[in-house]
Design a protein around this ligand. Structure first.
Ligand SMILES: Nc1nc(=O)c2c([nH]1)NC[C@@H]1CN(c3ccc(C(=O)N[C@@H](CCC(=O)O)C(=O)O)cc3)C=[N+]21
Length: 297
């Protein structure tokens, strides 16, 4: 048996087509959504991701704004850039590319972002609203990767309702926020959050209807630990240098042999990555729509 593919590139293209129409409607009203990116330092991976976000923006008609700062930027200088973007009406949403250099206090930076412009949905206020269920229907940005995982499954005709979901990894961008989202009534999943302290990861995985692998540990989900027919989402983005070609490539959290057991697998690359990018655009369009028509108090 070979698993069916959860094609993130195709689902992201469908989302982008929908967003292109919504951006056109906004532009007809002279409202131009604008995404800014703040990039610190010269890490080639980060530069590549940020460039991709600007390409995506161009595709759907979102304006893009770039702020590039040297590795040596101080906390105060970086905060001044955020203050400028918070006040800049052309910027409807922005992201600070992570990770930041060690001398920068990342938590303080993330708190400095105007929650209404937080395109990543990672501001404490927005994570708090997520837990409080204060944003259904969506009235504040939600984290992009959890949203991307959810849409990738739904756009393949699958439902979350009643599923036993096992999440691997307790990171702030995926593992931690996806539980509060998936347990909302609109999805109705039952979620187990596992991590490096979990006593028997294999036992947890073997009873999962859906596995969300977001640990950043190559091959942590093995074929023998996957229930036949399960849905497996590979969120991991470790990088590895291929010893033969010398080129760097993405290696996921899911062992390729899982495709022989699972019912559905998201490829990596081509699965959750493109969805994260598409949902970032969706956050920006939604923020621009809200900023254009503030909800009644
Ligand atoms: N503030 C912030 N927000 C982020 O969302 C954020 C971040 N910082 N720092 C780094 C991680 C990583 N991330 C990815 C997004 C898309 C792909 C993606 O589209 N990957 C493609 C290509 C992979 C490749 O070949 O390199 C794919 O999966 O098909 C990957 C990784 C967003 N991140």
């Amino acid at each position: 048996m070979t698993a069916q593919k959860l094609d993130g590139t195709a689902a992201a293209a469908a989302i982008k087509a929908e967003l292109t129409e919504r951006v056109a409607i906004l532009r007809d009203r002279d409202i131009v959504p604008g995404l800014a990116t703040v990039l610190v330092g010269e890490d080639p991976g980060s530069q590549w991701y940020v460039a991709g976000k600007h390409r995506d923006c161009a595709e759907v008609g979102i304006a893009s704004i770039k702020r590039e700062l040297p590795e040596t930027v101080t906390q105060e200088e970086l905060e001044a850039v955020l203050d400028e973007l918070n006040a800049n009406p052309e910027c409807t949403g922005y992201i600070v590319q992570l990770p930041l250099p060690k001398h920068i206090d990342t938590d303080r930076i993330l708190e400095r972002i105007d929650p209404d412009k937080d395109a990543d949905g990672l501001h404490p206020t927005n994570l708090g609203r997520l837990v409080l269920n204060a944003n259904t229907p969506i009235a504040s940005p939600l984290p992009c990767t959890p949203r991307g995982v959810i849409e990738l499954v739904e756009r393949n005709g699958l439902s979350w309702a009643g599923k036993n979901v096992v999440v691997v990894g307790r990171g702030v961008t995926v593992g931690r926020p996806i539980g509060p989202l998936l347990t909302r009534r609109e999805y109705n999943a039952t979620v187990t959050l596992t991590h490096t302290g979990t006593a028997d990861l294999g036992a947890e995985l073997r009873r999962a209807d859906v596995i969300v692998a977001a640990a950043g540990v190559e091959g942590i989900v093995r074929a023998e630990d996957v229930k036949p027919g399960a849905i497996v989402l590979d969120v991991g983005v470790s990088r590895e240098v291929d010893p033969e070609t010398g080129k760097s490539r993405v290696v996921g959290d899911v062992d390729p042999a899982v495709a022989e057991v699972a019912g559905w697998v998201s490829p990596n690359p081509g699965g959750v990555g493109p969805m994260t990018r598409a949902l970032l655009l969706k956050n920006v369009v939604e923020m621009a729509e809200r900023q254009a028509a503030p909800s009644p108090a």
